[in-house]
Design a binder for this molecule. Structure first.
Ligand SMILES: Cc1cc2nc3c(=O)[nH]c(=O)nc-3n(C[C@H](O)[C@H](O)[C@H](O)COP(=O)(O)OP(=O)(O)OC[C@H]3O[C@@H](n4cnc5c(N)ncnc54)[C@H](O)[C@@H]3O)c2cc1C
Length: 432
């Protein structure tokens, strides 16, 4: 009987577990939290109180793993959102033209999304969820990870395993385990964004015409917000502030802060809405990437997954989608056999992360407030993207290319395709 243990039952751990189905007889997913029956908040995922979007590419992947998943979310009250027919984007200060970009999404709060994924994973053959189980650390024997020590009900025990996956989020401890075993540790790259999220759920006083309004930061004002319809007539108001320019939690100041980035109709709707929760904050100091794919000598029997490998600036909404793509990659690696799994998986994950990390860096470094080295190519690309965003205020080809790229439906190089480039150079063609 083969056994895999996944450490962490958030989106990363659950999607890692899904990849293992059919390859291991038993798959145990442990988490230190009690896991709610359905949708519910828990301590280990504090970010769930803030706006979460699953990009279309991620939704495609989830539907591949869990047939009928979108319909299931819709039945739970999720809203279908056409980009950017039902959504209003103001990126880098430019309101994007309303065209059907062919990209659609479902909007739902994170606890509902995670609850639905958890139920689907728990239904898979061989999977067992083990809540209230605190991870102490893996067991290394003759250079191989052979299990993990956990504390359950105050008692420490060892779970023997053929494979252990660290999916414990950005504080994931694989790096310190490697160091304690005297093995090389992955280089860490970071982009210091010094960001705070502040969010609350509200019920608007009157119907609001869009399902999503999203305003991104601009040079000189590193703040933005999302005003997003969720299930059950709820709306999420999320404000973000980077480079130390942080949103407040005081009621009056929260509204005043919104005035800096929100158009008047959103300000009015939020001011008139009934607040349903307190304003909660979440601090996000830096995006972090750990280069496991560059390591030589990683112990067999161990993998690292999700935010533990790369934690992206959340304003771009990519973390869960990348975890879904890593799950697809892990499955492909397992189909090719178990030998040398870590090296093959880290390389595959690295290829998924590379373009997303570059998109993050490009967006962050477009803000002069964010520290970091800007190479000549970064500066040139940022000038191009700024122009593309200006052109996308009226040109449907440019808008479509941009929306599909940030939705990870196509590689970042797509914005340099000749048809898009031509529009950017000539200043775009108006639709209609
Ligand atoms: C404010 C914010 C907003 C975000 N918005 C988006 C978005 O819009 N779209 C998107 O795709 N992504 C978003 N993300 C990122 C997304 O939340 C993560 O990418 C996603 O949750 C996958 O992370 P993970 O499962 O690897 O780690 P996490 O979600 O951090 O989960 C780690 C899990 O490990 C458990 N754990 C930790 N330590 C132990 C231990 N010692 N023993 C047992 N269990 C342990 C925790 O309880 C938790 O369940 C956002 C992140 C933040 C911070």
């Amino acid at each position: 009987m083969t056994h895999a243990v996944v450490l962490g039952a958030s989106m990363g751990g659950l999607l890692a577990a899904r990849a293992l189905v059919g390859f291991y007889d038993r798959i145990t997913v442990v988490d230190r939290d009690p896991l709610p029956e359905d949708a519910g908040h828990r301590r280990g995922v504090p970010q769930a109180r803030h706006f979460h979007t699953i990009l279309l590419r991620g939704e495609q992947a989830l539907n591949g793993m869990f047939p009928g998943f979108t319909e299931e979310l819709l039945a739970k009250g999720a809203l279908p959102v056409g980009f950017n027919v039902d959504a209003r984007f103001v990126l880098a200060g430019h309101p994007m033209v309303r065209v059907d970009t062919g990209a659609a999404d479902v909007q739902v709060t994170r606890p509902v999304l995670e609850g639905a994924v958890r139920a689907r994973v728990a239904d898979q053959p061989g999977v067992r969820l083990l809540p209230e189980c605190d991870v102490v650390g893996p067991v290394l024997s003759n250079g191989r990870v052979t299990g993990v020590r956990v504390v359950r009900g105050g008692v420490e025990e060892e779970l023997a395993a053929d494979l252990v996956i660290d999916a414990m989020g950005r504080s994931g401890r694989a790096r310190s385990w490697l160091a304690s075993w005297g093995l090389p540790t992955p280089a860490e790259e970071r982009i210091d964004v010094n960001m705070v999220y502040a969010s609350r759920l509200v019920r608007p006083a009157e119907p609001f015409p869009d399902k999503l309004v999203l305003v991104g930061p601009v040079p000189g004002r590193p703040t933005g917000f999302a005003f997003a319809a969720q299930e059950d007539g709820l709306w999420m108001v999320t404000q973000v502030g980077m480079a130390g320019d942080h949103p407040p939690t005081d009621e009056a100041e929260f509204l005043a802060f919104l005035k800096r980035s929100a158009p008047p109709d959103v300000q009015d709707a939020v001011a008139a809405a009934e607040p349903l929760t307190a304003i909660r904050t979440h601090r996000f100091p830096a995006s972090l990437r750990r280069r496991y794919e560059r390591l030589r000598g990683f112990p067999p029997g161990l993998l690292v997954f999700g935010d533990a490998m790369c934690s992206f600036n959340p304003i771009y909404g990519q973390g869960m989608t990348v975890a879904a793509l890593e799950s697809e990659a892990l499955r492909r690696c397992l189909e090719d056999g178990g030998a040398d799994l870590a090296r093959r998986f880290f390389r595959a994950a690295g290829r998924i992360i590379d373009p997303v990390w570059q998109l993050n860096a490009l967006g962050d470094l477009a803000l002069p407030e964010i520290p970091g080295h800007r190479s000549p190519s970064t500066k040139a690309l940022n000038r191009y993207v700024a122009r593309l965003q200006r052109v996308a205020t009226h040109d449907p080809v440019a808008a479509r290319a941009f929306i599909r790229t940030i939705g990870l439906l196509q590689p970042p190089t797509s914005i340099l395709r000749p048809d898009v480039l031509a529009r950017v150079v000539v200043g775009g063609v108006r639709c209609g």
